[in-house]
Design a protein around this ligand. Sequence first.
Ligand code: FES
Length: 172
Amino acid sequence: MSQASQAGKPARIGTPRQDAALAEILGEYKHEKGALIPVLQKTQEVYGYVPREAMARISQDLKVPMSKLYGIATFYAQFHLKPRGENIIRVCQGTACHVRGGARILEAVQKELGIKPGETTPDLRFTIEPVACLGACGLSPVMMVNDDTYGRLTPEMVSEILARYARAAESA
Ligand code: FES
């Protein structure tokens, strides 16, 4: 047990504002123990992922077993159990993009960021998410950074695109 929880105050999970938001969510769903999916969704909105400690808090406050929460969080692809970057990069590996060099685009992204699909940079700026088809096959090869779509890519374009997001993060 941490010192904070011994003193009667719950241990910190994220920032004070994030933890207060979680407390509010738990208050809201105190009497709706069946609503675990919305609780996990809202928790993810707060922290950007579902921290293990947040799941423990949910389990304790709503009196549901951790195993049940884990079961839900690992079953649905929408839930992330590890921290994700501020910028989510999806490089299409669908058939149309694959035949037009999608693998080389992915390689360029990996090389630029030093991480593999499914991983996040240590500074939490970028996450590469594996993806099958982004639904923009006419623009192949395609990648998305957050909600922005980039088509007809060449590996040479990758570093300039990523630099834009790195700069935006620096000036934020
Ligand atoms: S295969 Fe890449 S967008 Fe469809």
